[in-house]
Design a protein around this ligand. Structure first.
Ligand code: 2HG
Ligand code: ZN
Length: 459
């Protein structure tokens, strides 16, 4: 695949904006930006540009706008829906050099972070000031703040702190014409009209390039207890959660996993079995508090109905070992093959029905496919990874997403819509909503230069 050649005038303007060494055109330098983490999405960029400030991003966007060349925005390249991979010929704007972290405002419980700061660095920074950041997820070492905002990322602590949008107190962004909006004061109350910051969150780079954000921090809760509960089936695992939530005000995570996913994690991660016997379904729960939450967790777990077995870890090595069973799912699945990746949610009351109908729905269109299901049970959010679907990948996608829509669910819970799901957006959003989204897109990006082909379906 040869890179579509960019106009020499545009390349010159980009080099002037960010410095020649930060405009990459050679295939061996651009390759790692052009294929997504899963290997499912790939495309040649006209070039990769690596700005280091909002001003440089604005200069790049102005140059691209003048030349009429579209832009794809990328952070840590950990996205799972092709939203940050070029389709062909775009300028790929990599924001990883925007990695500045401001001083933690302990009085306000806030911090400013550049779009290229990794989640792990943000967490470390907050913790060094005695606070913490409310969003956490397995890709923490590579995923960047900009990508978390673009997708309104969720992760493992939504139960306690909400998704990325709930952490966002302000943002700085470059709009499609190169103008800059900056709302970084971190106001806790602001009733002055449309909330552009909130609108940018979840817009997947289609309305503006977020370069910096102001984030809410949460108290640092250093005492943790983690339990893995073995359950007879999904229904029993799901049914346990309301009781745990009521009894454990410090519950901070509740994750669902099943034997097939655990088997892959054990195989590829070379991990021992968590229990002496094999079990069909598991709930991983964590409590976090200032005082040790172990006793409360043990008591609540011992009263859980349908429990087949349970193990509780109080030291951090044991806790990491239990979390590995859940967090290594994505990598273990990828080590096995390139899966169909779906990320769906349903109203929590309908979660048992979704779990029950998934396997037969997939088997009806792809009898040899292997579904691996896991997820965030409190939000009714399942990650449906399907291995060995082969040429039936699109049929599997359509079947699962229609099933979810029939249960009043969302075709994308926390990974975004990207290129992968945009043709299915109408299953979760009405014509009126999509028309309103298009009107917003057309108003802010009339030439359609920002992430074309992502989020909104073709007209
Ligand atoms: C997780 O919860 C991530 O671990 C990734 O959202 C899910 O790989 C997936 O399907
Ligand atoms: Zn997830």
């Amino acid at each position: 695949m040869t890179a579509p050649a960019l106009d020499a005038g545009l390349l010159g303007a980009l080099r002037e904006a960010v410095g020649a060494e930060h405009v990459l055109v050679e295939a061996d330098l651009t390759a790692s930006y052009e294929t997504d983490w899963t290997g499912r999405f790939t495309g040649r960029a006209g070039c990769v540009v690596r700005p280091a400030s909002t001003e440089q991003v604005a200069a790049v966007v102005r140059a691209c706008a003048a030349a009429g060349v579209p832009i794809v925005v990328q952070g840590g390249n950990t996205g799972l829906v092709g939203g940050a991979t070029p389709a062909g010929g775009e300028v790929l704007l990599s924001l990883t050099r925007l990695d500045e972290l401001g001083e933690v405002d302990r009085a306000g419980g806030q911090v400013s972070a550049g779009a290229g700061v990794t989640l792990a660095d943000l967490q470390k920074h907050a913790r060094s000031a005695g606070l913490d950041f409310g969003v956490d997820l397995a890709a923490r070492d590579s995923a960047t703040v900009g990508g978390l905002v673009a997708t309104n990322a969720g992760g493992i602590r939504v139960l306690r702190y909400g998704s990325m949008r709930a952490q966002l107190l302000g943002a700085e962004a470059v709009l499609a014409d190169g103008s800059v909006v900056s709302r970084m004061a971190g106001l806790l109350k602001d009733g002055t009209g449309y909330d552009l910051v909130s609108l940018l969150c979840g817009s997947e780079g289609t309305l503006g390039v977020v370069t910096k954000v102001r984030l809410r921090l949460v108290p640092r809760l250093a005492s943790r207890a983690v339990a893995l509960l073995a359950m007879p089936d999904a229904d029993a695992a799901i049914a346990v959660l309301p009781g745990l939530r009521e009894r454990l005000p410090h519950l901070s995570a509740a994750e669902l996993l099943f034997a097939p996913g655990l088997a892959l994690v054990r195989k590829h991660g070379h991990l021992p079995a968590p229990f002496g016997e094999e079990h069909p379904a598991f709930l991983l729960v964590e409590c976090a508090d200032r005082l040790d939450p172990t006793d409360a967790l043990v008591e609540a777990v011992s009263e859980a109905e349908g429990l087949l077995d349970a193990t509780v870890a109080t030291d951090s090595a044991g806790q990491r070992a239990l979390w590995a069973y859940r967090e290594q799912h994505t990598e273990a699945i990828s080590a096995e093959g390139v899966p169909v990746k779906l990320d769906v949610s349903v109203p929590t009351g309908r979660l048992p029905e979704l779990v029950a109908r998934l396997a037969p729905t997939i088997a009806a269109v792809a009898p040899d496919a292997r579904p691996i299901v896991f997820g965030h049970v409190n939000e009714g959010n399942l990650h449906v990874n399907v291995l060995d679907a082969g040429e039936l990948a699109e049929q599997v996608t359509a079947a699962v997403l229609h099933l979810v829509a029939g249960l009043e669910g969302s075709i994308s819970s926390e990974h975004g819509v990207g290129r992968a799901k945009c043709e299915y957006l109408g299953l979760s959003r009405s014509r009126t909503e999509i028309a309103a989204m298009r009107a917003i897109k057309d108003a802010l990006d009339p030439a359609g230069l920002l992430n074309p082909g992502v989020l909104l379906p073709a007209r």
